[in-house]
Design a protein around this ligand. Structure first.
Ligand code: ADP
Ligand code: MG
Length: 262
């Protein structure tokens, strides 16, 4: 299964050989002294452009921490993260804010939509904050890809959970970020709505050349990815290419019985 991003898609901002995001010997320690928790213990990983990567592992294994560190939402304790050719670790706050705003898209488990704004306004908000106008043709492509054309005037409370998460996906995609990071995007959805969101993330990679990195603990969700990375106790312990749900489940079971998982 080879799904490469078309070269030159990002207007010369990046090269095709470089990873979309990368962690180098990343450690993350929360708290201090007696309350210290080591969430990541020397993680090395490079995430390919134009691909859909899933990060799996039991609860507490460090999935969200890794995603937040890669996305520049949280600082690493040791090591470094890169987005494209940019070393994120060590950036000043203003540069970090700009990187997150201009080059990264996020989808969270809780949707994080503004309740007073319509779907259309929510989708356009990050670009509006950045002082950019969406290209109308691209806006139409994104809205059609998530199937929300007839819901654009609705507020979040008037939308189902699945529709709200598709609004959040469209919002993440509208700015054509170099990477979309999604943390358990189907965690609050029933399986049918979740399947809609996963199908959209998959299509954004296959048809729109997007790069997606998704944390999940659901083998069925992970099976939508091109590659699955398994975390246990803050370390990468395994990975699968072109995964099936069964293969993901087998790996999870093996890790559980191996005693590394919690
Ligand atoms: P996952 O997403 O795989 O469930 P997390 O990355 O959220 O795991 O957490 C990894 C470990 O770090 C857990 O032991 C968790 O309790 C701890 N942790 C996460 N965030 C914090 C925080 N802000 N302060 C202290 N400990 C944290
Ligand atoms: Mg988590």
């Amino acid at each position: 299964m080879c799904r490469q991003a078309p070269a030159g898609r990002l207007d010369g901002v990046t090269t095709t050989t470089e990873s979309a995001a990368r962690a180098e010997s990343v450690w993350k320690v929360y708290g201090s002294a007696a309350a210290e928790v080591t969430a990541l213990r020397g993680v090395d990983v490079a995430l390919d452009r134009g691909r859909f990567t899933a990060i799996m592992g039991p609860s507490g294994s460090g999935k969200s921490t890794l995603l937040h560190c890669l996305a520049g939402l949280d600082a690493v304790s040791r090591g470094a993260v890169y987005v494209g050719g940019t070393r994120v670790t060590g950036l000043r706050d203003a540069e970090l804010t700009r990187l997150r705003r201009e080059r990264i898209g996020f989808v969270f488990q809780q949707f994080n939509l503004l309740p007073t704004l319509t779907a259309q306004e929510n989708i356009g908000l990050p670009l509006a904050i950045a002082g950019r106008r969406p290209d109308p043709a691209w806006f139409g492509t994104v809205v059609d890809a998530v199937g929300l054309r007839d819901r654009l005037g609705h507020r979040p409370a008037q939308l189902s959970g699945g529709q709200q998460q598709r609004v959040a996906c469209a919002r993440a995609l509208l700015g054509k970020p170099e990477v979309i990071f999604a943390d358990e995007p189907t965690g609050n959805l029933d399986s049918r709505s979740g399947a809609g969101v996963l199908a959209f993330l998959r299509r954004s990679v296959d048809e729109l050349g997007q790069t997606v990195v998704m944390v999940t603990h659901d083998p069925t969700a992970a099976a939508h990815a091109d590659r699955v990375i398994f975390l246990a106790d803050g370390q990468i312990v395994d990975e699968l290419a072109a995964p099936t749900a069964d293969a993901v489940l087998d790996t999870m079971k093996r890790l559980d019985t191996g005693g590394v998982a919690r």
